[in-house]
Write a protein that binds this ligand. Structure first.
Ligand SMILES: [Zn+2]
Length: 94
C-alpha cells in the first residue's frame, strides 16, 4: 500500500514528510553547504529551505492521499513534500 500523496493543484505524486523531518534535512544540508568549498557550493546552487519541500511541478502545498484511481505507479515518486497530516517520514540514519 503506497502512502504517496497527490498534489491537489496538479495531480503530481510526492512522498509526504512532516515539517519537523524536512526542517532537520534542511538544517543538515545547510551545515554541509556552509562548510563546503566554493566549487561544491556552486554545484549545489545554494542553501536549502522548506521551499524545496513543495510540489515539484506546480509549487503547491496542498495534498491528498493517493488513490488507486489515480493510476500512478509507485516508483514515480521523486520529490518529498511537507504534509504533516499524511507524513510518512523515512528512517533517519542517526
Ligand atoms: Zn502540484
Amino acid at each position: 500500500m503506497s502512502r504517496n500523496v497527490v498534489c491537489r493543484g496538479c495531480g503530481w505524486a510526492s512522498w509526504p514528510v512532516s515539517r519537523a523531518w524536512a526542517e532537520r534535512r534542511v538544517a543538515e544540508f545547510n551545515r554541509f553547504f556552509d562548510d563546503a568549498s566554493p566549487e561544491t557550493q556552486e554545484s549545489y546552487g545554494g542553501r536549502s529551505s522548506l521551499d524545496s519541500y513543495r510540489c515539484l511541478r506546480c509549487d503547491g502545498t496542498a495534498f491528498r492521499p493517493m488513490l488507486p484511481e489515480d493510476h500512478i505507479p509507485d516508483l514515480v515518486t521523486i520529490s518529498t513534500v511537507v504534509c504533516d497530516e499524511l507524513a510518512d517520514d523515512p528512517p533517519e540514519a542517526h
